[in-house]
Design a protein around this ligand. Sequence first.
Ligand code: UDP
Length: 320
Amino acid sequence: MILVVGGAGYIGSHTVKNMIANGYDVVVADNLSTGHKEAVLTADFELADLMDKDSLDKIFKKYKIDSVIHFAAFASVAESVKNPSKYYNNNVVGTLNLLNVMLDNNVKNIVFSSTAAVFGNPEYTPIDENHNTNPINPYGQSKLMIEKIFKDYRNAYGLNYIALRYFNASGCSLDGSLGESHNPETHLIPLVLKAIKGENDSIKIFGTDYDTPDGTCIRDFIHVEDLAEAHRLAIEKIADFSGVINLGTNKGTSVREIVKISEDITGKKCPVVLEGRRPGDPGILYTSNQKALDVLGWKPKLNMETIIKTAWDWELNKKY
Ligand code: UDP
């Protein structure tokens, strides 16, 4: 059985759906602090917090767990700067608790949600796994610390780990059953669509003076169903490979391009307000996905049009 910690969240819930569709038995543990119970479609569910080792231990005693996929983390860059203690406690101490309970119960396989934020300001693009790691905020630091802990736990205790560093997770499930529902929402695509829908007055574009063709930031948007698939493949490879893998599309799209594609797909105008740069935003971030192909046999299948279409469907027909 696979334990998915944080399986009620955005990427976690899509991964649970993929794993179940591929015949895995899955149990979800989540404290529902940011996740949604409605997003846990068919898996067993346990309400549990990473800060509570006893309740984690009970889950390992109740189910026969082979491997863990761990998504449970706070993930707002801006909040992590204001409140680093929340990030280091939940993300680092929480993961240590999970790892230690896993080892106590002789479970040695973990697939982990890491992030492009471990790199900091890129020295070259596309970024690859050999790029230096130099995070510029506590969120990225917390994820990098865990990657380092994995390495030491591998050497000392034989932990098998794959840390997947996502670029910009986006889009919603193709069948409309799952989607992105953050409160508050801070991500570009849902905010563009909310402005188009009229739920928000406008989208603020943060920075138009970057050294990019149209002056706005360039990001690597990857469909959440492609990310989910990468987690399943990682579980299948966990006995043969331990290390870090970047997940993205090899291609960048600018903020203005996202606005334009969204207008084309919805057939509606997006009210735009130009603002200054958001602190901590590098101009260009996209990744090579060669290692993901070599190690996992993974290639993204869903394009930008599908990302915006599925996100728009979700925006119009949200289930939670
Ligand atoms: N962005 C923007 N307006 C917004 C939200 C985001 O212009 O209301 C820009 C942001 O500056 C970045 C890109 O969109 O260049 C993606 O931001 P997001 O927060 O979605 O993801 P991040 O790249 O920070 O993980």
